[in-house]
Design a protein around this ligand. Sequence first.
Ligand SMILES: Cc1cc2nc3c(=O)[nH]c(=O)nc-3n(C[C@H](O)[C@H](O)[C@H](O)COP(=O)(O)O)c2cc1C
Length: 361
Amino acid sequence: MKTKKKDFWESIGSPKYALAPMVDHSDLPFRLLCRKYKTELTYTQMYNVNSLTTEDVFEKTIIKEINELDYPCFIQFASHDPEILLKSAKFIEKKTPCIDLNLGCPQKIAKNGHYGSFLLDHPDEVYKIIGYLCNNNLKCGVSCKIRLFNNLEKSYELCKKLEELGINCLCIHGRTKEEIKEKIGKCNWDSIKIIKSLLNIPIIANGGIEKFDDVIKCFDYTKCDCVMSGEKLLENPSFFSGEIYDIDNIAIEYINLWKGFNLNYINDNLHIVRGHLFKMFYSAMQKEPKFNQMLAKSNNLDDILNVCFQIKEMRKNDNLESKFGWYRRYRDKINKKEYINGNMDDKYNDFNEEIIGDFFQ
Ligand SMILES: Cc1cc2nc3c(=O)[nH]c(=O)nc-3n(C[C@H](O)[C@H](O)[C@H](O)COP(=O)(O)O)c2cc1C
């Protein structure tokens, strides 16, 4: 089994740097942008496949988000239904090297839908799903993205069982499902390290990455095969390059990537484009709030590009490091104990459940 799993990882190029799956933020142009700056593995956002039951619907939602330039890209599913998951996997098994089961989402929407991290409270259901996916001759691999339990032994048992059932690799977010909002704690690399040392499948470590030095430390400490980052890449898509590029130019590059797609696709996704720019330009908008309004009102790429150029002009003499800020937006407040439950945006508030619509019912 060890060799087979190693073959899988080698067949996708043994990636070391992964972009996390993020609802409304894992768009194809963003994935391509991150790849240009050393990201080697990407994921789609999670798709709640319960509502995507025909190949036609798959074509219009997931398949159009896949592109050969974005390889390897894992497609993430959220569901608790083995039949639906297998059927969904069959639709795309030749278009992705791997489907990933979301076992980490801590949101209310996941609780209501009985998926994500809430499935971890029912390990037998998880094992049934994974056993079913791994034993039905899928042409692609199967992976999971989990959160930890409070108890290391329980976390290890889960991971070991998932390995025995045949998953090809495993992503561990080193926090529990309770560690969100004001309870977000330090990422538990100790557990990731121990689990990695006891398993034979490739492990992707997620959480606690803010500086490039953290990436190096995470590899050294946990001995993981790959490091995944979410929020840091939202702030700085060139993060994994280890170099400091001008975020104002990167934002313009992002818009230009969108220009390569057809108008309908662009118009359907303008909220996603703006969502990214609010993060890349967080500091600029703190400095000059009018840009916030301007961006919110922009309803085509040229207007958005115009905002980018104005921000670039405003900050032309600024130190490149000083242009960042979004990643620390709530972390600093937590440190200063200013965080009051419900009064501040938390990292998952970017999940706009209205925009997500049918997918995430
Ligand atoms: C806006 C947003 C959307 C997310 N959506 C997903 C998702 O669809 N699937 C998933 O497994 N995790 C999702 N996550 C969690 C991230 O993949 C990642 O595990 C988490 O942000 C911790 O990594 P980080 O500290 O590097 O950001 C999301 C996180 C954010 C900030």
